[in-house]
Design a protein around this ligand. Structure first.
Ligand SMILES: [Zn+2]
Length: 205
């Protein structure tokens, strides 16, 4: 009987290991560079008393605050209101070689009815395919959370072209649109965006 219990315990131990091992595979460390656009004397888009540099800084501060996942290591090209040239940003990115660089911006249009989130990738990037897949995952996640998201666009922005890793530019919305402007400057809405970004990053493979 004792022997039977022993074998039973061994069996349980093996079964538990069988459940643990695939989980361990998922727990790979994810390195991400978050690039807050503009900064310092470069305000980016401005509308009334709001500026792009300020909104993206607020969002990245929230990403920092909300990220409790020990498997994600965040690196920031700037975390203060400082001007950093694009070349310095890509030099930093290419030194770190993260799994993704997510550059965060805010949009503007002459047409004040244009609104919603947009994702950009570059066909000139050596990591175009991977970048596009990641942008699609982000797009789906945000669409499923009732954000208005446009289709993924192709653009040869400096960060996208010159980062030697998967790179996506995320335009959070249009400061020139009244509803977007209200949302972009809203604390709860910014919280949601930051949390959703962390969720998307946690699912990077
Ligand atoms: Zn910008």
């Amino acid at each position: 009987m004792k022997k039977l219990i022993k074998s039973f315990l061994i069996l349980i131990a093996f079964t538990s290991f069988a459940f643990i091992s695939p989980k361990n595979k998922v727990l790979k460390q994810i390195n991400v560079v978050i690039d807050a656009g503009h900064g310092g004397e470069d305000f980016g888009i401005t509308q009334d008393d709001l500026s792009e540099k300020q909104i993206v800084e607020q969002v990245i501060t929230k990403i920092k605050a909300f990220s409790k996942n020990k498997n994600i290591v965040f690196h920031f090209t700037r975390s203060t209101d400082k001007f950093i040239p694009l070349q310095d940003r890509t030099d930093f990115i290419n030194t770190i070689k993260p799994d993704l660089v997510l550059s965060i911006h805010v949009n503007a249009s002459k047409n004040n009815t244009t609104s919603g989130m947009e994702f950009y990738v570059s066909k000139e990037s050596t990591n175009y395919e991977k970048s596009n897949t990641i942008a699609e995952n982000f797009q789906t996640k945000f669409l499923n959370s009732n954000f208005k998201v446009a289709e993924i666009k192709n653009a040869n922005f400096f960060i996208l072209k010159n980062s030697e890793v998967p790179a996506v530019i995320m335009e959070l919305g249009y400061l020139t649109n009244e509803i977007d402007k209200k949302n972009l400057s809203n604390n709860n809405e910014q919280n949601q965006i930051a949390k959703k970004i962390i969720e998307c990053i946690a699912e990077l493979k």
